[in-house]
Structure formats: C-alpha cells, structure tokens
Design a protein around this ligand. Structure first.
Ligand SMILES: C[S@@+](CC[C@H](N)C(=O)[O-])C[C@H]1O[C@@H](n2cnc3c(N)ncnc32)[C@H](O)[C@@H]1O
Length: 326
C-alpha cells in the first residue's frame, strides 16, 4: 500500500518566500516565530518541551477544561458533516481528541491540519489517522503570519454548506493580535465554531501573574530550543546572552520577551547577504502574550468574535474559549 502523504504547500511557505521572511526577520531584528519550528531538530526540541512543560499534557485540570470545551462544541454542532480546521495544529494531540469525540457522535469529519511546519502537519495527520480515513485528511503547510488569503484557502477547497469547527490552540501568544485576529475573524462564518485557547497570567494582579509564569519560559529547555535558530546560522552561545523579560505589548497586554544581546561583533551570511551585529545590539527571538479572561473577551469582541462559553483552569494559567461570529 502506498504510504506517502499528500500535503498542500501554500505559497507563503515556498522557498523564495521563506528566504524573504528570514531576511526581513534578520533586518528588523525581530524573528518570525515560524523559524523556531523550521528544522526537524527544532520541531523535536519543541515537541519534547511541550511534553514536559505544557499544562495540557501535565495538569489534569487543564486537560479537563479542554475535554469540557470539546464536549460542548461537539454537542452544539448539529450538521452531520464537519469541516475541522486545526490552525497551528502542532503535533495535533488536542485536535485528535476532539476528532475522536466528533466521530463517536456519528459525524462525518474532514480534518485540515494547518501549520507552518511540514513535520508538525505530518505528526498531526498521523495522530488523526487513528480516527479518520486518509481520504478525509487534508494537511496544509502555511504561514499564518504572512498569508492574506486565509478564508480563500479554506473555502475554495471545501464545500461551504457545512459547519466548520476551527481550533486555534496555543497560537495567540506568539502573534501580534492586531495582525492575526482580523484573519482569524475572516474565517469564522455565522454558522461556524471557533475554539480558542490562551495562556493566562494567573490571579487578580496582572503584573504579579506575569512574574509568576516567567520561569515557564526562562529555563534550560526553552533556551536550548530558541537558541537553535541562531546556532544554525553560525552564532555561538558565547557571542552573547539570551535574556527573558516582561514587556508591554499591543492592546495593553503584557508579554514575555526573549532577546539575544550580542556581547561581541558578529555577522550572519546568507546567499551573499551579510547581517552585522554590534556589541550591545539585540535580536528578538521570541515573545509570548499572556492574557486574562476579561482581556480575551474584550479583544476578540473588537474583531466581532463573541465568547459564548469559557473554561478557565484552576491554576488560572490557561483558558479555552468557545466563540462565534457576532
Ligand atoms: C505553541 S504551538 C501550539 C500547537 C498546538 N496547537 C497545541 O496547542 O498543542 C505553536 C504552533 O504554531 C506553529 N506556528 C508558529 N508560527 C506559525 C506561523 N507563522 N504560521 C502557522 N503556524 C505557525 C508552530 O509550528 C507550532 O506548531
């Protein structure tokens, strides 16, 4: 039997566009997060990190809030066929649990795992095939940050009569809300359902909550994963220092930012182009927005996405939100 997989590659991930995005990232000193999931090595490092640190894998209560949200979403979908779009599906573990539930309710499910990393969509596809026939799975590799035709990608391929269920789990922290939310909102039609999860700053005091979660980022495994990007480009650890800080971002939100500060002159050369870094200069490798439930609801409503139900973990560090277009 032919065991090869058909994976659609959106132009945003064609080599010439990835090269352009890498140059933009290096020029602007702000790395598009997709470059942390580029190589098989990075993907493996992230999957390990996720397995060890992700509350959804290690905290039974976080797992439970996802399960509750899945039960509610599955119960609300009345159509027999469901087009399930997993945006930024990662390894697809959460999507696979929801797929199983939909199947157990007798739904005919078409699953579209979508991620910037081919390794991730293949991992998600593999997880989905435990539940779905291969012919119902349509993996897509796509950069959500640079794609402007998101709604077209999904409407042109699949029939528009059925309900769509869109998952956007663990994605919002790594995008500027102003850039990603209009795209996400354009995908959600009046009969569709969006399940959205966000990492939260726990407790009543936003600043204190941020301090509490900082060690979840400032640790050896996360440093190792983020540094892989620079090391692959020829930068050495001793060329500088990676620092994690809490900073203010868009919409009055706070985020954890990881910057690499050069302590000696260095340069990166790619295809005849040279990027020079002076001592004291920094390059932003990563950021992660942390929300609060109120902030999630307010920001989504600005993009006509209404939170109908929410499930907040006892730790106060993660929330799942079921949204509709209003
Ligand atoms: C924090 S993980 C979340 C994975 C999964 N949804 C989950 O909750 O386990 C972030 C995912 O976003 C993907 N990603 C990062 N930047 C992206 C981009 N610009 N476009 C599409 N996917 C991206 C990564 O490859 C990774 O799988």
């Amino acid at each position: 039997m032919n065991s090869s997989a058909n994976v659609a590659i959106h132009p945003s991930q064609f080599p010439e566009n990835v090269r352009r995005d890498l140059f933009v990232s290096l020029h602007s000193r702000k790395i598009n997060h997709k470059f942390h999931y580029d190589s098989v090595k990075q993907t493996q490092k992230w999957l390990m990190l996720h397995q060890f640190y992700s509350p959804s894998r290690n905290d039974n209560n976080v797992r439970a809030i996802y399960e509750q949200s899945f039960e509610t979403a599955a119960a609300k979908i009345k159509s027999k066929s469901v087009h399930f779009i997993g945006l930024g599906c990662g390894g697809g573990q959460k999507d696979a649990r929801l797929l199983k539930l939909l199947e157990s309710r007798g739904k005919k499910v078409f699953y579209i795992p979508c991620d910037v990393s081919a390794a991730m969509v293949l991992t998600a596809r593999q997880a989905a095939l435990a539940v779905l026939p291969r012919k119902n799975c349509f993996p897509i590799v796509c950069d959500l940050a640079t794609t402007d035709d998101l709604s077209l990608i999904f409407t042109s391929r699949f029939t528009i009569r059925n309900s769509r269920l869109i998952t956007f789990f663990g994605m919002i922290p790594n995008f500027e809300p102003r850039e990603i939310l209009p795209k996400l909102a354009s995908l959600v039609r009046s009969r569709d359902f969006l399940l959205f999860s966000a990492n939260l700053a726990p407790g009543e005091n936003y600043a204190a909550g941020m301090k509490k979660i900082l060690p979840q980022y400032d640790n050896v495994s996360t440093r190792d994963w983020l540094m892989a990007f620079l090391l692959d480009l020829g930068i050495e650890k001793r060329d500088g220092k990676l620092r994690f800080e809490i900073a203010s971002g868009d919409f009055g939100l706070k985020r954890v930012v990881a910057d690499f500060y050069f302590r000696r002159p260095q340069r990166i050369e790619i295809d005849g182009e040279t990027f020079r870094f002076k001592p004291g200069e920094k390059i932003r490798l990563f950021f992660s927005y942390r929300h609060t439930p109120d902030r999630v609801r307010k920001i989504l409503s600005q993009f006509k996405l209404e939170v109908c139900e929410q499930w907040i973990a006892k730790s106060g560090e993660e929330g799942v939100f079921l949204c509709r277009h209003n």
